[in-house]
Design a protein. Structure first.
Length: 380
């Protein structure tokens, strides 16, 4: 593990006032800039959520719901609590999972705290934590399926970490932490009352039985999720955190002060979506299974890259040949072949690219063929 912080590589970031009265420097949001640049791509292998469900028969009748935002939020909270088999006092609504991560950090961390952030990870998680407190990397080992070592978790205790932040399924590798592994982590961290905060936006996209939410396994854990990935409903900006009642209450209060209540229509659609959770999961699995066949066939022929097959989701992490720069390769692939992937450096792992397969099978085949043709120009 090493002390580290994310530094952007693009245009200058911004400076705002922190709650302590000092200035808060945020790096440029290079990942977002890259996603915007990729919007023109003919083949998009950089969209990790399921496609929008409306064309596939999800047409919720939201006119049946009262437009009172408070009553709708209460219904959504009760539904989420029932789904997780917890009390409603453990549920806090937020404006998407990313907002839930940030408010959970704000509700539990102080500026003097030291926090362990998994590496590699989704870049905004690390940036948001760094804006609040000090962070250091907790390595996920690519040679061991991107799992943590027990020694690494013990190091968190030695260094006095107040929290451990991770994702499950892991973003960007789609590796899964089992319930046994999670319980081992929670047992170690609970000795020193270290909070475990887990972004579980991909959890229910596991190909087998999804691991349990960490918040249901321990009283020193917070689970974060939302409707963006499994449901393909990122436009709603509905997310939540599952936490001990006193923390959930603080998260709810912070959310109300920052942005007040979620839009009534978004909440109504969210209720209907969660009611059809099994349909959304079956839909995602159908997309994944047909495209995993294509991925496996391509990997058998394309020996210049390697990857651990995902355990869930609609993404995989490809390791490029040693001499290939992930940023230059991704730019070349986009400009020359109109095919979008995500450079690994945006997750803290250079020489890799994250490739998603939420698209049609025909587009996925073409996209992989384009990756091979692009490699021809880098590996001569």
């Amino acid at each position: 593990m090493r002390k580290d912080s994310y530094t952007g590589a693009g245009s200058s970031g911004c400076q705002v006032m922190s709650s302590g009265g000092g200035s808060l420097n945020l790096p440029p949001f290079d990942l977002e800039n890259w996603l915007i640049r990729c919007k023109s791509a003919r083949i998009n292998l950089d969209h990790s959520g399921a496609p929008s469900p409306y064309a596939d028969g999800f047409n919720p009748n939201v006119d049946q719901y009262d437009t009172d935002d408070y009553e709708l939020e209460e219904r959504l909270i009760e539904l989420i609590a029932s789904t997780y088999r917890i009390e409603k006092e453990n549920v806090a609504l937020c404006f998407g999972a990313q907002n839930a991560n940030y408010i959970a950090f704000r509700a539990t961390l102080k500026s003097r705290d030291l926090v362990a952030i998994e590496s590699p990870t989704y870049m905004p998680i690390k940036v948001l934590a760094t804006s609040i407190c000090k962070v250091f990397d907790l390595d996920r080992d690519p040679s061991h399926d991107f799992h943590f070592s027990e020694k690494g978790i013990e190091e968190c205790i030695r260094r006095g970490a107040k929290a451990v932040v991770l994702t499950n399924l892991h973003n960007p590798s789609a590796s899964s932490l089992s319930n046994e592994t999670l319980m081992n982590i929670l047992e170690i961290t609970s000795r020193k009352k270290i909070v475990v905060i887990c972004d579980e936006i991909y959890r229910e996209m596991h190909y087998g039985n999804p691991p349990d939410p960490v918040a249901t396994l321990s009283n020193n854990a917070i689970s974060v999720s939302g409707l963006t990935k499994l449901y393909g409903l990122g436009d709603l900006r509905v997310g939540w955190a599952i936490a001990p009642p006193e923390i959930a209450s603080r998260i709810n209060l912070l959310r109300l002060y920052i942005a007040y209540r979620l839009p009534a229509r978004s909440v109504a659609v969210a209720i209907e979506a969660i009611k059809r959770r099994n349909w959304f999961r079956e839909r995602m699995l159908h997309i994944a299974m047909r495209n995993l066949v294509v991925l496996k066939e391509w990997l058998e022929k394309e020996s210049r890259v390697s990857c651990k097959l995902p355990q869930g989701g609609l993404m995989t992490l490809l390791k490029l040949p040693a001499e290939v720069d992930d940023m230059k390769f991704s730019e070349y692939l986009l400009d020359r072949f109109s095919t979008a992937v995500c450079p690994g450096r945006y997750f803290g792992i250079k020489n890799h690219i994250r490739v998603t397969f939420s698209c049609t099978t025909a587009d996925f085949k073409s996209g992989l063929e384009n990756i091979s043709m692009a490699l021809d120009n880098f590996c001569v």
